[in-house]
Design a protein around this ligand. Structure first.
Ligand code: SF4
Length: 260
């Protein structure tokens, strides 16, 4: 599939029609402190319940169903009560998932967090490009997943329209001008070195400038590893660049590694 940002993404107008109040946001979990989910910021992370994809390496399968099975998860009022008491201690709130744009209450939840004075980060797999485009003006930073070469994305996610959705999401993000990182999680049980190189080629062609490679964990929480991922994630970024074709690794304005 050809990758280009010359085309505009699809219309964003109906993306969040009749968006309900934040009280309806389906919260699947809350991380009260994180220094790793929004680069350079101390953040709380709100996990929004629900995701229509079924990625083979999903590390949050309990967040896939739209109904929350986590009896310990706070409701939105509980999240806001917590945040009221952290206003001087945290920089930002990150909405993650699952897929946070699945929830029509997301815009109001973002607005309420902003009203408390927090910055807002968003993690997305790019599943709903129109909804992503609609909330981009409301957020400060985005971490967007790029999970596989476009030709193999459906095999990973189980969803037929995955590639087109991710393409539209990348285009919308780049056109927005928002600070971002595109994140590629590499699982050697699923990705080959050729897959990784294909992903880097596609991202360069799209015009992505900020890339992070993340190491996956397996179901027991251990880092997944194989020769090429060991070389990537146990070494330095310079070593990673020597493992990857230099022209590709050198094609990004920022390129970082996130070991598991
Ligand atoms: S998009 Fe994310 S939350 Fe959804 S199945 Fe894939 S890895 Fe899991």
């Amino acid at each position: 599939m050809s990758a280009s940002i010359s085309q505009k993404p699809a219309s964003i107008l109906p993306a969040f029609a009749d968006s309900p109040a934040a009280a309806h946001l389906q919260v699947g979990g809350l991380t009260r402190f994180s220094a790793s989910d929004y680069p350079g910021k101390l953040a709380a992370v709100v996990f929004v319940q629900g995701c229509p994809w079924r990625c083979h390496y999903c590390h949050n399968p309990h967040l896939q169903a739209r109904a929350c099975a986590n009896s310990g998860a706070p409701d939105w009022a509980g999240v806001m009560d917590f945040l009221q008491h952290r206003r001087s201690l945290l920089d930002a709130v990150v909405f993650s998932g699952g897929e946070p744009t699945i929830d029509p209450a997301l815009p109001d939840a973002i607005a309420q967090v902003r009203a408390l004075g927090f910055g807002v980060g968003l993690h997305s797999a790019g599943i709903y490009p129109q909804r992503l485009a609609a909330v981009l003006p409301l957020v400060d930073w985005v971490g967007l997943d790029y999970k596989a070469p476009l030709a193999r994305l459906t095999a990973l996610t189980g969803a037929k329209s995955s590639a087109g959705r991710v393409l539209d999401s990348v285009k919308a993000l780049l056109l927005s001008g928002k600070p971002y990182e595109v994140r590629a999680s590499i699982d050697p049980h699923w990705h080959s070195p050729d897959d990784l190189n294909a992903m880097l080629c596609e991202l360069k062609e799209l015009g992505v400038r900020h890339l992070t490679l993340q190491q996956c964990r397996d179901a027991s929480g251990q880092p997944t590893s194989a020769d090429f991922t060991n070389a990537l994630f146990s070494g330095s970024e310079a070593m990673a660049c020597s493992v990857l074709p230099p022209a590709l690794a050198g094609g990004f304005a920022s390129f970082s590694l996130r070991p598991a």
